[in-house]
Design a protein around this ligand. Structure first.
Ligand code: COA
Length: 263
């Protein structure tokens, strides 16, 4: 049972602890208005808090769009100070996703434009349907990406490609997004959530605390170089004190599958 009641999202949790969050404004191509952002914030907190949830998938309702961007009708009312606050708000919600230690996969089932592309980039992994379209068209609206897109895109695809993508506003298909490293995998239309669950099921076979610490350590690579290596060493050390570390190494030496308990 969901702790919150959502109007713009659907939350389903299966018996294996995989949550599917569906952004559900298909008539507006799932555009992110302030209500969607608030509900996304609540749902990520719920996922982080619930012990019966191991990982989450983000997807969009309908066949056309993952998320077609921030809600342009709401953007229109922004001035300079409100614009900064709005960008910080989007950044805050997307950082919550990125900083979750439960794996998040964006199952990109259609247009992922503007804030939708930025939302997909805040997930740990992206799996796209072959008709998905990615783009950051903000410059055509007289803006720049403001929900972390200028930062995350550079890290994912490199500065040169990020500059080309943002400055031209090019819209690219899933295969091209795969070629530049913007997505991890391309699957047939309609298979995005299923393929995400398959990948998460592989992750569920790993030691749970090691999954969390791997996410934290990779996140720390975005700190300065010294702090990133220090965080990696500390997180590695923490794991050496866990029962699952003893179990994993013992199972290997005994040539059997490990039986992880998350302790
Ligand atoms: N914000 C608000 N409403 C949006 C939206 C957005 N980002 N994207 C789509 N919509 C709305 C449309 O206004 C339309 O609403 P209406 O039926 O009440 O007129 C509805 O969703 C369907 O969109 P429509 O443009 O008719 O669909 P399409 O198939 O012709 O085009 C897109 C699809 C994605 C190419 C087009 O909707 C688009 O370019 N959207 C904006 C993308 C964008 O610039 N995003 C960045 C925002 S920062």
């Amino acid at each position: 049972m969901s702790k919150h009641v959502f109007e713009t999202l659907l939350l389903e949790v299966d018996e294996e602890g995989l949550a599917v969050i569906t952004i559900n404004r298909p008539q507006k191509l799932n555009a992110l208005n302030s209500q969607v952002l608030s509900e996304l914030e609540d749902v990520v907190h719920e996922i982080n808090d619930r012990e019966d949830i191991f990982a989450a998938i983000l997807t969009g309702s309908g066949e056309k769009a993952f998320v077609a961007g921030a809600d342009i009708a709401e953007l229109q009312d922004l001035n300079a100070p409100r614009g900064t606050v709005a960008a910080e708000r989007g950044q805050e919600v997307f950082a919550l996703i990125e900083n979750s230690t439960k794996p998040f996969i964006a199952a990109v089932n259609g247009y992922a434009l503007g804030g939708g592309c930025e939302l997909a980039m805040s997930a740990h992994i992206r799996i796209a349907g072959e008709k998905a379209v990615f783009g950051l068209p903000e410059l055509s609206l007289g803006l720049i990406p403001g929900y972390g897109g200028t930062q995350r895109l550079s890290r994912l695809v490199g500065k040169g490609r990020a500059l080309e993508f943002i400055l031209t506003g090019a819209q690219i298909k899933a295969e091209q997004a795969l070629a530049i490293g913007l997505v991890n995998k391309v699957v047939a239309v309609g298979e995005e959530v299923k393929a995400s669950k398959e990948m998460l099921k592989v992750i569920t076979t790993k030691a749970p605390l090691a999954v969390k610490n791997a996410i934290k350590a990779i996140q720390a690579s975005e700190l300065d170089k010294e702090s990133g290596y220090r965080a990696e060493a500390e997180l590695f050390g923490n794991l050496c004190a866990t029962e699952d570390f003893t179990e994993g190494t013992t199972a290997f030496l005994e040539k059997r599958k490990p039986n992880f308990t998350g302790r």
